[in-house]
Design a protein. Structure first.
Lengths: 206, 952
């Protein structure tokens, strides 16, 4: 391993995972750590992978789980793109899209068309439902209503994908509802719920 | 060609090909100057009739004069052309040409010619707002003509001065000069008419309405007689402005439309824009806010392009005033300030005072009361010569004094302003002052005086409402004046008297859905949405344009459904185009309505007493209303009317409705994806909101509703969309224990109940258009048709709007099962899909129904948008206006299978319970049908969307 670079192979990434999981030999481990002394990027990589694996709850596992490296890399890639304004000391979960009603061109079994569309995300058992409705008088704005099903939903922040600034936000009520009004565009959402931060990447609004 | 003894050749014979011939003949003529004088006179006449032709001929005239005429004639030709240029609003070109003329006059030391040039420069300078220069030139012209002993020209120059002084908002000085000018020109028909019209404008400024109207009418008549139609149209526009200021709003709109017809294509865009700006003032007074704002925004650039700075300033301030009234403070301030700048540039003091009035309004809303008082004081002083305007400013000042607690000052101002309003016969202002007086007495604790004043204000408002010929205008007018009704309601409810509830109820009913009530009582011809036969060329033109726009709209409806309309950009473009088309169609409909004569269609609002006599025992009508951000309710049974105040905050209901909508949409989405929407957690989320709504709106009324099994609900504005049948108090869904129906107002309920027309004994028409998304529609049509004896069933290609229109009148039951769409923000585009295209709310207005029961078995057929005056716009309203007496329709997406089951049960019950005369209660049958399917489809999304408007 010569050092970290963005083009590193899956094999090389796997070695970092093995390092963090304690599965390398002493010599191999020492060699990578020597490199890391003078390579800040490699040090960051090791730290982030450790953080990811810690969040996955499989730190120190002795067995090599099939697909572990791929899963770590998936989450790692997602966390690489976490907006800089997000405090990464929190538990981070990247939500996955479960349903996008726009994929259905028609509303099967109903006698009309819907003006809004809905997105459903899952984040480790927490469901996030969004309804996006165009504004009746202004094409450039959408109204977003959402509900977070799961304990302790506190607030939602909408972040610009360029620069990561917070462009909108709101608190959730006791039933997990929130409402927003924002300009048409694509945003990251960060949801604070139950001591965790759920990140929803690249949500198309409008 | 003339030789001095023969008749002169006409200017109308001149054309570019013959120009050399005219030049040659003119040179050979004995009296060139005389010939030119005749041609100049002909050109002046032509300018009043046909500006485009006058422009071309004036150019030829100058060419001929330059080649063959003496200097004085060359000056005269240029002056005549400059007049034509000015009439075509090309003021800079006119002045440029006059500079040439002045050079010629100077070179030949012709003082009389110089006076003519000065005289002709006055109009373009004035129109460009260069009033001081205009006055200087006019005074020079007067002096020059007097020195030359030219009495007629002196008189004309005086008339110019008069016009300028008027433009400088000095009508008294203007009148002085008009009175110097008119006697000398009495024998010159066209010019006398022009002077009469100008003098009338000065009288209008002084609020001498009667004398002004007489002068305008005389001038218009004289211009018509002389065939000077463009000039007649200008005067008619001024007459319309007078009528608008007097509060004779309907007549004003009619005259504006008539004048407008003349201006289109006339080659005078500035005059057309000015007319439109004045019309916008009338629209704003009526309360047609968005129409007025659109008109002003459109014409301000046109006025500025034409150099009509004063008129542009006036339009800006009108726009600012409306923005202020609509609560858009920052915009109002910015627009008013720009208008004020323009007023300062042109020295338009009266209009500047209007700007300060608007700015004072902004300051008041921002809490800067001292600034506001100071601005209003200055404005009142500046408007000394314009009593009508001054009185309107006094009203603002009185309102501010009231707000500041200066009751003595407020009373003084009201008395002063009211006196002016009475003397000048200004009903709009009078209503405002009566309202203010009511508020003053209210604040002072003089309840009886307050009630009297409010009552008189309401009477005045309703008298004015009655003159409007359109549904939209009546609704807008009432909506704009809803405040006085609410103030009276508040006063009544604060009384501790036995009849307080009755009195408050009666007042609320006078403010609710009155335009629909008018239509239900007297027929649907009140609406702007039906095209009547044309009675004039102008109406024919409007009808042609309207037909074209509506065709385009229908074509668009079909395009939206097509594959090429997928994707965000396509949808956005479609949305923009639909909104534009809607504005254009509404504008044309409004213009057509303005050309119609008075429509004597009035519905009488119900009183609490009369309602009680109509309600069967066991029936309660619950009419919600909103006051100061809270929802309250009147509960009326056959025995009594009670009021339950401050049930809940409107905002909480709105929030709960949003969440309910979210859950309903989620259930629909799950069902469309083939997932189980009836899972307990989904039903639980929805039921929680329905329980919350019940807790706010129904539970507090439990005691009053104990003995009632039939409930009729009248929703307030923010409650539109509440599914009353599914509200869930502790005992379960309301529908499980009651029959539920709704009504736009108690008055409409009473009107429908009183309508003795029997529905079921006549024919039944069932139309169904299915597709692969909603395949059960055809089955529904067949099953419904099989249950009703003798029903005509038409499905797929046979289910056309043509069939519907032709059979509507004789059908007692009309069942339409198909797709439906409700575009948010465009309620008139709510529509259902039949075999031959989309059938919209506008089409429904044009149906003729006689007491039919109409069932819209489709998505969102019953959805509505709240407009002015509490009127709920959409398909259901249109069918009611067209004569239906029961409507069953849905508020959200209709599930294909559940809807089939619902209406199968509905009609089975209907046929089972109908009376000997064939009548059945649509509300009872729907309630029964909903109960029968709710176990199969536990989620309210599947059964609670349908509601019934009609007798129970």
């Amino acid at each position: 391993m010569d050092g970290w670079n963005r083009d590193m192979t899956d094999r090389e990434f796997g070695r970092v995972v093995d390092l963090v999981c304690g599965r390398l030999s002493q010599d191999e481990s020492a060699a990578i750590r020597r490199l890391a002394i003078s390579d800040a990027d490699l040090r960051n990589l090791i730290e982030r992978v450790a953080h990811v694996i810690s969040g996955m709850g499989s730190l120190g596992s002795e067995a090599v789980e099939p697909g572990l490296v791929a899963r770590v890399k998936l989450i790692y890639d997602a966390t690489l793109l976490v907006p800089s304004s997000v405090d990464t000391d929190w538990d981070l979960i990247v939500a996955t899209l479960v349903e996008d009603t726009r994929e259905r061109e028609t509303l099967a079994g109903f006698r009309g068309v819907a003006a809004s569309y809905q997105l459903t995300f899952d984040a480790d058992g927490v469901e996030v439902h969004l309804q996006i409705l165009p504004d009746a008088g202004d094409n450039s704005i959408v109204a977003v209503m959402g509900q977070i099903e799961g304990d302790g939903a506190e607030r939602v922040e909408v972040l610009s994908m360029v620069g990561g600034d917070v462009v909108a936000g709101g608190s959730c009520d006791e039933h997990g509802y929130f409402t927003l009004q924002i300009g048409v565009g694509t945003y990251d959402l960060v949801i604070v719920a139950g001591g965790r931060r759920i990140i929803i990447r690249a949500v198309e609004m409008g | 060609m003339s030789t001095g003894t023969e008749p002169h050749a006409s200017l109308l014979d001149l054309d570019w090909d013959r120009l050399p011939e005219f030049v040659r003949l003119l040179r050979e003529s004995d009296d060139v100057a005389s010939t030119l004088r005749v041609w100049v006179a002909q050109l002046h006449e032509l300018t009043l009739k046909d500006i485009n032709d006058a422009m071309e001929r004036s150019e030829m005239l100058v060419e001929v004069a330059d080649r063959a005429a003496p200097p004085a004639s060359r000056v005269a030709a240029r002056c005549a052309r400059s007049h034509a240029l000015a009439m075509a609003n090309r003021f800079d070109d006119a002045l440029g040409l006059l500079d040439q003329a002045m050079d010629i006059a100077h070179a030949h030391k012709d003082a009389h010619a110089r006076a003519h040039v000065d005289h002709n420069a006055v109009q373009p300078l004035a129109r460009l707002g260069r009033l001081s220069e205009a006055i200087e030139r006019a005074e020079r012209a007067v002096a020059g003509f007097e020195r030359a002993g030219d009495a007629l020209s002196t008189a004309k120059a005086h008339s110019n001065l008069a016009v300028i002084h008027r433009m400088r908002d000095d009508p008294r000085r203007a009148l002085h000069h008009f009175d110097r000018a008119i006697p000398a020109m009495a024998g010159m028909a066209g010019i006398a008419a022009q002077l009469e019209s100008n003098r009338a404008e000065a009288l209008l400024d002084l609020a001498e309405f009667v004398r002004a109207e007489e002068s305008f009418t005389r001038a218009m008549s004289a211009f018509h007689d002389a065939g000077a139609l463009h000039a007649a149209a200008v005067v008619e526009g001024n007459l319309a402005d007078l009528l608008g200021r007097q509060g004779r709003l309907d007549a004003a709109l009619r005259h504006f439309e008539h004048a407008r017809g003349r201006f289109e294509g006339s080659g005078a865009p500035g005059d057309a824009a000015r007319l439109e700006a004045e019309r916008a003032e009338v629209l704003a007074t009526i309360g047609l806010s968005s129409e007025a704002r659109d008109a002003w925004r459109e014409v301000i650039p046109a006025l500025e392009r034409a150099g009509l700075v004063r008129e542009a300033a006036r339009a800006r301030i009108g726009l600012a005033s409306r923005l202020l009234r609509d609560g858009r403070l920052e915009e109002a301030e910015s627009v008013a300030r720009r208008g004020a700048e323009q007023c300062t540039i042109v020295g338009a003091e009266l209009i500047l005072a209007r700007a300060n009035r608007v700015l004072a309004g902004v300051a008041t809303r921002k809490g800067r009361l001292e600034d506001a008082r100071s601005m209003l004081r200055d404005a009142i002083e500046a408007l000394g010569d314009a009593p009508a305007e001054q009185a309107a400013t006094i009203a603002d000042s009185a309102a501010l004094a009231l707000e500041s607690g200066e009751l003595g000052e407020c009373l003084e101002l009201i008395e002063r302003g009211c006196g002016v309003a009475d003397r000048l016969g200004l009903p709009v202002l009078r209503a405002n002052f009566l309202h203010l007086r009511g508020r003053l007495h209210d604040k002072s604790g003089n309840r009886d005086e307050a009630r009297r004043a409010y009552g008189r204000a309401i009477d005045q408002i309703e008298r004015m409402r009655g003159v409007f010929t359109g549904e939209h205008s009546r609704a807008a007018w009432l909506g704009d004046h809803a405040g006085v009704y609410l103030d009276l309601v508040r006063l009544e409810l604060d009384q501790d008297s036995a009849d307080a509830a009755d009195r408050a109820f009666n007042t609320i009913e006078r403010s609710r859905s009155r335009a629909l009530l008018d239509m239900v009582h007297g027929g649907v011809e009140l609406t702007e949405h039906i095209a009547h036969a044309a009675e004039s060329d102008q109406e024919s033109e409007y009808l042609k344009r309207l037909a074209a726009k509506r065709s385009e709209l229908n074509a668009f409806f079909s395009w939206i459904e097509s594959d090429s309309a997928r994707g965000r950009h396509a949808r956005e473009a479609a949305g923009d185009r639909l909104a534009t088309l809607e504005r254009e169609i509404a504008s044309l409909e409004g213009r057509l309505a303005a050309t119609r004569r008075f429509t004597e269609v009035f519905g009488d609002p119900v009183t609490a007493d009369r309602l009680r006599s109509r309600l069967a025992p066991g029936t309660a009508l619950i009419a919600y209303f909103e006051l100061d951000g809270w929802i309250s309710a009147f509960i009326t049974t056959s025995e009594r009317t009670l009021v339950n105040r401050r049930l809940c905050e409107s905002a909480r209901v709105a929030q709960s409705l949003l969440r309910l909508g979210f859950q309903i949409d989620r259930a629909i989405s799950l069902a469309a994806a083939g997932k189980d929407a009836c899972e307990p957690r989904h039903v639980g989320h929805t039921d929680r909101e329905l329980s919350a709504l019940a807790g706010m709106l129904v539970e507090p009324l439990r005691k009053e509703l104990l003995d009632c099994k039939r409930l009729v609900f009248v929703a307030s504005d923010s409650m539109q969309g509440v599914p009353f049948a599914a509200l869930r108090p502790a005992s379960g869904y309301l529908i499980e224990s009651h029959d539920v129906s709704v009504s736009p107002s108690a008055s409409l309920y009473e009107a429908i109940v009183s309508d003795g027309t029997s529905a079921a004994s006549r024919e039944a028409l069932v139309l169904g258009v299915s597709d692969e998304i909603a395949p059960r529609i055809a089955e529904e049509a067949a099953r419904v048709g099989s249950v009703i004896d003798g029903a005509t069933v038409a499905v797929e290609d046979a289910a056309t709007s043509e069939l519907l229109s032709s059979r509507a009148l004789r059908s007692g039951i009309i069942h339409l099962c198909c797709h439906g769409v409700f575009p948010p923000g465009q309620p008139m585009q709510a529509r259902i899909r039949l075999a031959d295209g989309w059938f919209s709310a506008r089409d429904a207005y044009a149906l003729r129904l006689s007491g039919s029961a109409v069932v819209l078995s489709c998505c969102e057929g019953g959805r509505g948008a709240v407009g002015s005056g509490g009127e709920v716009l959409g398909l259901a309203r249109a069918f009611l206006a067209a004569g239906a007496r029961s409507i069953v329709a849905g508020q959200w997406m209709a599930h294909d299978e559940a809807t089939l089951a619902l209406f199968e049960a509905f009609y089975a019950k209907a046929m089972d319970t109908r009376t000997k005369s064939g009548n059945f209660s649509a509300a009872a049958c729907l309630s029964w049908a909903q109960r029968s399917i709710l176990n199969r489809w536990p989620h309210p999304a599947f059964w609670a969307n349908f509601f019934c408007v009609g007798a129970s």
